[in-house]
Design a protein around this ligand. Structure first.
Ligand SMILES: NC(=O)C1=CN([C@@H]2O[C@H](COP(=O)(O)OP(=O)(O)OC[C@H]3O[C@@H](n4cnc5c(N)ncnc54)[C@H](O)[C@@H]3O)[C@@H](O)[C@H]2O)C=CC1
Ligand SMILES: O=C(O)C(=O)[C@H](O)COP(=O)(O)O
Length: 377
């Protein structure tokens, strides 16, 4: 069996090589000729899997993407051809939550904001959005949620209309899939008229797909609303985002919100498990793939004030490093893909235990656990 895999997908040899030959290629270079005699194709978000790519595939029986998003995959075509497919739902959801927390606490510090009592709107309450809710509540934020597809399917789900959420929220974060058509499209969900609804000093975070926010309209809006704070992990026209926008935003990162070691291990293992299940093999032991974290534990003595929470979160994941790396590299050739390929090892908050001294308030334990750390009693 021949397994063609994106070179940036870790753990493929560990899991798939007992069953065949693993061939590696840069995701953007995977072309039709490479698919001849390939049985299994393993991709990330940069490879468009469609009729054009698969026109010479003569043996392909399985395609897996080690991502949550599926907008790069023509699933109808795969189904029509009888090619099994899976993505990796939820694989890096905790990593994206860590990213949002790190950004929020950083911007709050820069703007000297107390987060408790502010209102945060979460657009898209799927694997990421729903894990984010308790974390935001731990920071004392009032949360509004918007998810019309869930509201349509679940009678008890209360979805705040998008326009109302944009008007009322001090902070808005987006966690929707990119959908260009259908009943609930998200392409340019946020354009000029939606931007006008935002509070002038709002904070907006996009860590889902660049095309969900009209980048040109955002740049224009920022020119006349200098108090707006903007965090972008994803961009229109990746890997060549608009450089004026990149310089204008408060935090700029190269589509790495989900790039924790755990997220990558789960990405590959979820895909492997799907394939293994089809062929009667045992599932992967994902914990065995992960090395022990460098920062195994921290000790907390006092109350979990915002400044302390910021220190705890930044000790594990400090988004300033990713922002700095992007700004320093922006004039170099192919910087976007290189930053992603050479991304440093990053662990999730969940990999670190927090211990408490006797005098720590009992409520501290709940807050810290809700934020996503492991709590040691
Ligand atoms: N920046 C990064 O590194 C990463 C980005 N992502 C992106 O984040 C997206 C969301 O991830 P998950 O929460 O795991 O996906 P999910 O599929 O579990 O949840 C998405 C939610 O969005 C809702 N939704 C769909 N259309 C909507 C609309 N028009 N308005 C409001 N809500 C809508 C769905 O009903 C669903 O509840 C992924 O599709 C992917 O594109 C995911 C992981 C990492
Ligand atoms: O999971 C997703 O969806 C993502 O956006 C990925 O984390 C992005 O990573 P790559 O697949 O582009 O390496």
């Amino acid at each position: 069996m021949r397994i063609l895999a994106d070179e940036n997908m870790p753990y493929v040899e560990e899991l798939f090589s007992p069953f065949g030959e693993v061939i590696r290629a840069p995701g953007r270079d995977i072309g039709a000729d490479m698919l001849v005699d390939v049985d299994v194709l393993l991709v990330r978000s940069v490879t468009k899997v469609n009729a054009e790519l698969l026109r010479k595939a003569n043996k392909l029986h399985f395609v897996g993407t080690a991502t949550i998003g599926t907008d790069h995959i023509d699933q109808q075509f795969l189904s029509d051809k009888g090619i099994a497919f899976t993505n990796a739902p939820g694989c890096n959801a905790y990593a994206v939550c860590d990213y949002v927390l790190s950004c929020l606490l950083l911007i709050a510090e820069r703007r000297q904001l107390t987060l408790a009592g502010l209102t945060m709107g979460v657009v898209g309450i799927g694997n990421i959005g729903k894990r984010l809710l308790p974390r935001l509540q731990a920071l004392g934020l009032q949360v509004l949620v918007n998810d019309p597809p869930r509201a349509a399917a679940e009678p008890d789900f209360q979805s705040t209309p998008l326009n109302q959420l944009l008007q009322q929220a001090d902070i808005v974060t987006f966690h929707v899939p990119l959908q260009r058509d259908g009943e609930h499209p998200t392409f340019h969900l946020i354009g000029p008229s939606q931007l006008e609804l935002l509070k002038p000093n709002a904070i907006i975070i996009n860590a889902c797909r660049g095309e969900v926010i009209d980048n040109h309209a955002l740049l224009q809006h920022m020119a006349t609303h200098p108090q707006l704070s903007v965090v972008l992990d994803v961009w229109e026209n990746e890997p060549n985002p608009n450089q004026d926008l990149l310089r204008a935003v408060d935090i700029a990162t190269p589509h790495i919100a989900g790039y924790s070691q755990e997220g990558k291990a789960f990405g590959t293992s979820i895909v492997y498990d799907h394939w293994a299940n089809l062929h009667g093999h045992a599932p992967a032991d994902v914990q065995a793939l992960l090395p022990p974290p460098d920062l195994a534990a921290m000790i907390l003595a006092g109350a979990p004030k915002q400044s302390i929470l910021k220190q705890l979160v930044q000790a594990v994941y400090d988004v300033r490093n990713d922002d700095e790396r992007m700004r320093q590299a922006v004039n170099q050739a192919e910087y976007f893909d290189r930053l992603r390929k050479t991304y440093p090892l990053r662990r999730e908050l969940l990999s670190t235990h927090i211990q408490f001294l006797e005098l720590a308030e009992p409520v501290a334990r709940d807050t810290i656990a809700q934020l996503g750390f492991q709590v040691r009693t």
